[in-house]
Design a protein around this ligand. Structure first.
Ligand code: XIL
Length: 355
């Protein structure tokens, strides 16, 4: 079946029919020139009903052969893309009356041209807000109007072009209480539902996600989100999915990831892995790279047990271009291709799992 699906995806005529190699009934075979060993990740994932994505930022704008290799690898291996920064408030809304859509538009156009889906990231967050907003003096009503304007303009612009939005990002502290920041401080906790209701009004079809870190396994923060979702559902506030960021340290994949996916899925939500990386102290060793491979494999193997978990996005794909070394000094090597775009053990382990 897998081979048949792959053949269809690749447009290989005859591989699902009777004119390729001798077959056992019901066991079509691939023509000899195509082997699952050499298929890209996105093709293997599609055969399992999954999209596999990457965040994209500076690498997309590399010049010369680096840029060519970056884009070729991205399009070959991935079926989904998240703008790593270009849809964030400070980039897309640099002054109160001006939106700047072009950089994100170019990523969306690339995705369209290469058969990739786009995750919108992110509408309402306490970080990377434009300074015109954070340095202004606003009443609660003015702040609500600013939130509604921002969400409405951005969601409307990308209507029909993104499959889902991280409507609210990182709104909870580790103990599960609302996280302090511009929107909470100016509006109060109702800003979260205001964002979701506004996004739905601007696009009736797009999936609306809450996205956060340290909610991957069971725990107080994930429990608090679970209660928030149940409250939203009881009151008719639209929400369609949970984004588990999944920025893990080596060996840090929680053992309760599956149980946590299961409980949100049981509420009827999609549960997507949205920002996966597995960082390690530098310099990396062969043993660390093997542990990392097992960690990536564990995340994918757990995810694919649940139909709700049908998209895994990595926070980049090459160690040449990752947020980790600047966000966590001394750490790095967090992705599945090395800085020379060569597949690492983590890539091979995913390949082996999915093929
Ligand atoms: C990070 C980007 O990767 C960096 O380039 C940027 O400087 C800061 O933000 N959680 C999120 C992402 O939801 O938006 C963050 O992305 C990483 C943590």
């Amino acid at each position: 079946m897998l081979r048949c699906a792959l053949s269809l995806l690749l447009g290989i005529v005859g591989a699902c029919g009777s004119d390729s190699q001798p077959t056992t009934p019901g066991q079509p075979t691939l023509p000899t020139q195509v082997s699952a060993d050499t298929l890209p990740l996105r093709t293997l994932a599609i055969a399992k009903g999954r999209l596999v994505g990457s965040a994209v930022d500076r690498g997309f704008r590399y010049a010369g052969s680096d840029g060519v290799t970056f884009k070729a690898t991205l399009a070959r291996e991935f079926s989904a893309l998240t703008p790593e920064n270009d849809m964030k408030h400070e980039r897309i809304h640099p002054s109160q009356d001006a939106y700047r859509f072009e950089p994100a538009d170019s990523l969306v156009a690339f995705a369209d041209a290469n058969g990739m889906k786009v995750r919108g990231h992110t509408l309402v967050w306490h970080q990377q807000l434009a300074s015109w907003l954070t340095s202004g003096t606003w009443t609660a009503d003015e702040s609500k109007a600013l939130l509604v304007d921002h969400v409405t303009k951005v969601v409307s612009h990308y209507r029909g072009r993104v499959i889902e939005w991280d409507v609210v990002n990182e709104a909870l502290a580790d103990n599960g209480s609302p996280r302090a920041g511009f929107w909470l401080d100016h509006i109060g906790r109702s800003y979260i539902e205001l964002a979701f209701r506004t996004a739905r009004a601007a696009d009736p079809d797009v999936a609306l996600f809450y996205n956060d870190f340290n909610i991957e396994g069971l725990g107080p923060k994930s429990d608090s989100l679970y209660e928030l979702v149940k409250d939203f559902q009881a009151r008719g506030v639209p929400i369609n999915g949970i984004g588990l960021e999944s920025h893990f340290q080596l060996g840090g994949v929680p053992s309760t990831l599956g149980a946590n996916i299961a409980r949100f899925a049981a509420l009827g939500l999609k549960v997507h892995i949205t920002e996966l990386d597995v960082r390690m102290p530098l310099p990396s060793t062969a043993a660390q790279l093997q542990t990392q491979a097992q960690n990536y494999r564990d995340v994918f193997a757990t995810c694919i047990q649940y139909p709700a978990c049908d998209l895994v996005v990595m926070w980049g794909f090459t160690d040449k271009e990752s947020w980790v070394p600047s966000a966590f000094p001394g750490w790095g090597a967090a992705l599945v291709f090395d800085a020379a775009y060569q597949p690492k053990p983590a890539y091979t382990s995913l390949h082996d799992l999915l093929k």
